[in-house]
Design a protein around this ligand. Structure first.
Ligand SMILES: O=C(O)c1ccc[n+]([C@@H]2O[C@H](COP(=O)([O-])O)[C@@H](O)[C@H]2O)c1
Ligand SMILES: Cc1cc2nc[nH]c2cc1C
Length: 341
């Protein structure tokens, strides 16, 4: 079992490392489950908060899990697919928003402060957009591995939980293409307004996705090659970061449609590679629900948000903290002298 996954020099080497990933402790999860059943409440009455405490216990290998340090990372990238006019906002907004994150003026800055997460921002070669996937592969194997390694390097080794987010004008089309290539259906199943595309803009997204799928038909079924064909650097970095977290048994909170689609590329590898990941919220981007069912995950929150940046993950962190406060702070029936059923 490897403690570190990156750097790797080829997809073949990465595939080998992904075949053996650390698992949650079933003993700690079982001990946390027993504690939940002893706490002064009808069994099961805290619903998913109970499941969250048990999940955290398993990954932390501790029946009394805690979140000391929460890290949020926003990865930013630019995309050649913008040449197909799939984005209402101009591409320079990606770099401008990175400046806004650094200055503390974005939604994610406020939501991280509210939930007690430390924010890092990683801008990935914004002046060098990836290739237009209707014309050729978006990235080479080396570019994917480089972005993954930069994602992995962003993980703070002291973090008890990692929240992932992204910023990249045009990446709602990239995410829809990744979902289409990974889980089938047609382009219409996965597209939506993103930052506000009108019906013509949405139709251009579908056209671009179907052209890409026709061009890259040979890679469907090969998750890492799908990431190279359609993905962006921030999508690859999200994969790298969540794998680095897995190597350290650090649980992850994914954000909305784009972040989930980035991670979901790895799901068909079939090795439980996303078992340590929660999904913070169900985005209003329509493809998110289909995507969640494809990867067999249920989002924690459903607030009609469709921002990205890790915003839904940051709000969900508050729910996770509440779950652990209840788990660790409540009295048992015996401690409180309360009669059982
Ligand atoms: O992740 C989501 O649920 C989500 C839904 C809609 C929009 N976004 C954000 O909007 C940007 C992509 O939208 P677009 O229209 O430029 O493709 C990108 O910066 C994402 O963070 C994100
Ligand atoms: C202003 C703006 C902020 C964003 N945050 C994430 N994606 C975004 C897209 C735009 C356009």
């Amino acid at each position: 079992m490897s403690d570190t996954i990156f750097p790797v020099s080829s997809f073949a080497e990465l595939r080998g490392r992904l075949a053996r990933l650390p698992e949650a402790s079933t003993a700690s999860a079982a001990a946390a489950r027993r504690r939940q059943d002893d706490l002064t409440k009808p069994p099961g009455s805290l619903g998913r908060l109970e499941e969250l405490a048990v999940f955290m216990a398993g990954w932390q290998g501790n029946a009394r899990p805690a979140i000391g340090r929460a890290q949020a990372v926003v990865f930013a990238g630019n995309h050649g697919i913008c040449a197909q006019r799939v984005n209402p906002f101009p591409q320079e907004v990606t770099a401008q928003m990175v400046e806004n994150f650094r200055a503390g003026g974005a939604a994610i800055n406020q939501l991280c402060r509210a939930s007690g997460a430390e924010l890092s921002v990683v801008a990935l070669d914004l002046d060098r957009p990836t290739g237009d996937f209707t014309q050729g592969p978006a990235m080479t194997e080396a570019e994917v591995l480089d972005a993954m390694a930069r994602g992995a390097a962003a993980l703070d080794p002291r973090a008890d939980i990692l929240l992932l987010g992204e910023m990249g004008i045009g990446n709602s089309t990239v995410a829809a293409a990744l979902a289409r290539a990974s889980f089938g259906g047609d382009g219409w199943d996965w597209v939506g307004p993103g930052t506000g595309s009108d019906p013509d803009g949405i139709a251009r997204k579908v056209e671009a996705i179907e052209a890409g799928v026709a061009l890259h038909a040979g890679v469907l079924g090969d998750p890492l090659a799908v990431l190279a064909a359609f993905g962006g650097r921030e999508q690859a970095a999200i994969c790298g970061a969540l794998l680095a977290a897995r190597a350290r048994r650090v649980p992850v909170i994914l954000d909305g449609f784009i972040c989930t689609a980035s991670a979901a590329v790895l799901h068909p590898l079939g090795t439980g590679v996303l078992d340590h990941c929660l999904v913070g919220h169900a985005s209003a981007e329509p493809g998110h629900r289909r995507l969640l069912s494809a990867i067999e995950k249920r989002a924690l929150l459903d607030l009609g948000m469709r921002l990205g940046e890790g915003s839904g993950a940051a709000v969900a962190l508050g729910v996770l903290r509440a779950a652990l406060e209840a788990h660790n702070g409540m009295a048992t029936f015996a401690e409180a002298g309360i009669s059982g059923a």
